[in-house]
Design a binder for this molecule. Sequence first.
Ligand code: OSB
Ligand code: MG
Length: 368
Amino acid sequence: MKITGFELRRVAMPLVAPFRTSFGVETARDVLLVRAATPDADGWGECVAMREPLYSPEYADGAADVITRFLAPRLFAAGSVAPDRVASVLEPVRGHRMAKAALEAAVLDAWLRARGESFGAHLGAVRDRVPAGVSVGIMDTIPKLLDAVAGYLDQGYPRIKLKIEPGWDVEPVRAVRSRFGDDLLLQVDANAAYTLADAQVLARLDDFGLLLIEQPLAEDDLRQHAALAQLIRTPICLDESIESAKDAADALMLGAARVINIKPGRVGGYLEAKRIHDLARAHGVAVWCGGMLESGIGRAANVALAALPGFTLPGDTSASDRYFAQDLTEPFVLEEGHVRVPAGPGLGVTPIPEVLDDLTTSTTWLPA
Ligand code: OSB
Ligand code: MG
């Protein structure tokens, strides 16, 4: 498929409430959007790199730079590029998976729109809606946390994930479990905030029947996760540690993870994400679709991915209004605890032009 150029858009999206994790507080999403222009259709991709390199080494300005200087020129030089060749064309550039994933998504969206096929159909979706979990940030007090969780449960979210960090772990989990009961699907996410020396604290979470504990230790330490797995009963799920299907295979072989959070941006694209799904499924390992506070563009693709058969746990694929008063696309809404998989060509959603223009802070055109 011939690409005539990429448009990079920076979009400032205020969050409905600050989102605090063990690595920082987010009050607005600084989104980098990529539009792939082709003679037949435009395609959109959302880069999930955040404003600062705190979740991972990538950050939005860096992603825009590497796309402009190194990635887009390689795709232009390759001539006509089908979506399943994007990753191999970009492979010589080390790392920068979130930047690569955004380009691949944009090219894939354009290609699918031109063919009239949906993301879900292309990836192998087997459901037309997916259960939506919600990720609840660290709060100042336990009463505020209980109010927030109660609000999400009232809306119908079937699964709650609590962000934890040293000093905000056993007590908030105990409070949520005792207030909302044993049937609540509950899990926690530490974003790499602990060390193996904290194993005794983490073992205290065993009492609360958690579905999983996500990324307790450093991203580059599969062996210590394997060691921790011998010391706690809660299943360990990896997020930051898994940047490829190879990492996923290593983690499973080592016993470092019993569950995998799949984020397409983190692993370099939707096609690598599907490979991780296929690998985990072949091993009987559960996966779920993570989130990076995406706009409707990234969310559409994530929801399509989450409709694959191996995604057996609810994902961080909440409705638009959990994040934004105004989404870039028509909003994703919660229906009986689920969000609908878009069925139209490509992502099935597009940015609403007036909203996009309102929220855009800069636009750059990269001609082929
Ligand atoms: O670790 O899963 C994470 C958001 C930003 C960066 C990392 C993470 C998260 C979330 C929110 O937990 C998931 C979402 O609802 O998009
Ligand atoms: Mg996580």
